[in-house]
Design a protein around this ligand. Structure first.
Ligand SMILES: [Fe+2]
Length: 346
């Protein structure tokens, strides 16, 4: 495996690895403003882009993945819980990502987000934003969970050999890498802390919400990058009432069942996860233009459905903003519905 120096030379880190025999390459966490640089570098190195990995759904920069995928036909690889529809290969703990004759091993390391993975190969691990150099990624929005993060770091990353090099997705102090042994010993967030102490510390940090976070996050969650779509703000998103899969299933069996609005892409509706029988498909990207079709449902409860419950929360907030009052979201989406073996059609 060929490992190249970090490509952005900024606070957001993008890495490139390649197979020296086949010249196939994999980009990790590309940022949209540097697409031309990546393509020029790949051409200069005589590499062919074979895959793109986002280690998680980013909240601080628009991803380059959707555009690079269109320009190069490289496959987009993300964890199974990634909300976005553009993913070509979903991975889980223990899977391998092949790059020509080489491979990276996937570690599922949630906590910063529910879809965070780390990639382990040779002498190094790419940790995304779960473990940073002398820090950890924040766990206070977009489905973050400090307890899960502690478990992922201490049980999966700290189980790697001490000399394993650590390459995170962000660094704010000019570092390029550290190693597992050093983080175990000196990481000021986690070294010497119990899980409870870590959770309490993370809850006490009170970081300000990044500016314009929803303007970056929702396009990265939905692959909708047009100027027409007006995404709801955080207050509107927080108003959406979340229902777990068993609650929705019980409502469907009641005398006044809800209207099920599936907002995924048609390929997902008929794809591997299937759809809930009776649900009506209106993809999120078309929702604003097609709300007229929902007028007849105004009196009924409406439950929005998607892959992981993220795009459907956006959809529910949009409908709420249009005066639909009884709007709910299927929490954790069709992934959880399938995990609980509730009925689906394909
Ligand atoms: Fe992040």
């Amino acid at each position: 495996m060929l490992f190249f120096p970090e490509l952005n030379r900024g606070k957001c880190k993008t890495y490139l690895v390649a197979c020296e025999h086949t010249r196939k390459a994999l980009l990790i966490d590309p940022v949209r403003e540097n697409i031309s640089r990546y393509l020029a570098f790949l051409a200069y190195q005589q590499l062919r882009l074979d895959g793109i990995v986002d280690t998680h759904t980013h909240a601080d920069h628009p991803t380059a993945s959707f555009q690079l995928r269109e320009l190069t036909q490289a496959r987009l690889i993300m964890h199974r819980r990634a909300p976005v529809p553009a993913v070509d290969q979903h991975v889980e703990q223990g899977d391998t990502i092949e790059v020509g004759d080489s491979a990276l091993k996937v570690l599922y390391t949630p906590g910063h987000t529910p879809d965070s993975i780390s990639l382990y190969a040779g002498d190094r691990v790419y940790t995304g934003d779960v473990l940073l150099i002398g820090g950890t990624g924040r766990a206070d929005f977009a489905g973050g969970d400090a307890g899960q993060q502690y478990d992922a770091i201490t049980q999966k990353l700290f189980a790697l050999p001490d000399e394993t090099l650590v390459y995170p997705a962000h660094d704010y102090r000019g570092n390029t890498h550290s190693n597992i042994g050093q983080e175990k010993k000196t990481n000021p967030r986690i070294a010497g802390r119990t899980r409870e102490q870590y959770v309490a510390l993370m809850a006490s940090l009170n970081f300000p919400m990044p500016d314009k976070i929803q303007e970056v996050l929702q396009p990265n969650q939905s692959a909708i990058h047009d100027d027409k779509t007006k995404f709801p703000d955080l207050t509107e998103l927080n108003k959406v009432r979340q229902l777990a899969a068993p609650e929705v299933h019980a409502m469907l069996g009641s005398t006044s069942p809800p209207f099920l609005l599936d907002v995924r892409e048609p390929s997902e509706y008929r794809g591997e996860l299937g759809h809930i029988p009776g649900s009506v498909l209106v993809p999120l990207r078309e929702l604003a233009a097609r709300t007229g079709e929902l007028e007849a449902q105004r009196g009924r409860p409406i439950v929005a459905v998607c892959r992981s419950g993220v795009r459907s929360t956006t959809a529910a907030a949009m409908l709420y903003g249009l005066g639909f009052e009884r709007v709910y979201n299927l929490k954790d989406g069709m992934i959880d519905w399938n995990d609980r073996r509730l009925p689906v059609e394909r």
